[in-house]
Ligand binder design. Structure first.
Ligand code: NAP
Length: 258
């Protein structure tokens, strides 16, 4: 399917690896020029080279997108964009008794206020040109929260509420804002959580991974390519009537009817 977005320009945050890279790659495959960012230079350089091999223009910015200075650097390098994909590392797992005010502030800053500030920065141009696509990478736990990811649940619930209202304000300008909710995908983040389960329950890494995969109706982890393809569709011409949605990509893990 031709996504109809060849020649457009996208900012994809936190994208040298994992789900962010999957989104950048799928957009590049659709002919979109991409601006990517991450904090660590070497994987960022490797990601830039892979994306350039797809024949699009790639700008890579080494910056922490959750800091004011990092976000300013990323936005300055990006300039006016047609597509924004927000993303950042997720907060650490834990337990309600572990978390202090500063832990919540860090999570809210990274996973709620960072995407909100990025959205605020790109919306004026999108509204002016009467076309834009914004996709926020959030989490399956927005729909079915887990106690150990309480920091993530808290911050992402705030972003979800903001998107629900703002997406409806800007839809009339041809700008869509939606959230893409990953279930377990085979990235570094999933590996860290597998290691956490292994340590907690005295399992090997493989046993921990098999246990988590077995809890998913699809019986496996998702891939970053599947995730990226869904994101690219949500950024396509075909998705212009999709407004304020929370699209779950979890292999059936979250048991809900809507
Ligand atoms: P990942 O494999 O750990 O990749 C994270 C990418 O983001 C890397 O390129 C990393 O590079 C970059 N990054 C992280 N923090 C950054 C920051 N502050 N500024 C700029 N770049 C940053 O993570 P992932 O699995 O793709 O997960 C992406 C998001 O989806 C996370 O918020 C995660 O919590 C959420 N999620 C993931 C899963 C899953 O199973 N994978 C499930 C539910 C939710 P540097 O480290 O070099 O900065």
């Amino acid at each position: 399917m031709d996504l109809g977005i060849k020649g457009k320009r996208a900012l994809v945050c936190a994208s040298s690896k994992g789900l962010g890279f999957g989104c950048a790659e799928a957009l590049a495959q659709a002919g979109v020029d991409v601006v990517i960012c991450a904090r660590t230079q070497a994987p960022l350089d490797a990601a830039k080279a892979k994306l350039e091999s797809l024949g699009v223009s790639v700008t890579a910015v080494a910056a922490d997108v959750t800091s004011d200075e990092g976000r300013a650097a990323v936005l300055a390098a990006a300039g006016d964009v047609d597509i924004l994909v927000t993303n950042a590392g997720g907060p650490p797992p834990g337990n309600w008794a572990d978390w202090e005010r500063e832990d919540f502030m860090a999570a809210v800053d990274a996973n709620m206020l960072t995407p909100i500030m990025l959205i605020k920065a790109v919306l004026p141009h999108m509204i002016d040109q009467k076309w834009g696509r914004i996709v926020n990478i959030t989490s399956q736990y927005v729909k079915g929260p887990s106690g150990i990811l309480g920091l993530s649940n808290t911050a992402r619930a705030g972003l979800t509420g903001y998107v629900a209202g703002t997406s409806r304000d800007v839809a009339k300008f041809g700008v869509t804002i939606n959230n893409l909710l990953p279930g377990i995908h085979g990235t570094d983040r999933a590996e860290a959580l597998d290691n956490g389960l292994a340590a907690k329950e005295g399992l090997t890494f493989d046993e921990a991974r098999a246990k988590r995969a077995g809890s998913i109706p699809a019986g496996r982890y998702g891939t970053q390519e599947e995730f990226g393809s869904t994101c690219a569709f949500m950024c396509s011409q075909h998705a212009g009537f999709m407004v304020g949605q929370n699209v779950l990509l979890d292999g059936g893990f979250i048991g809900c009817t809507i």
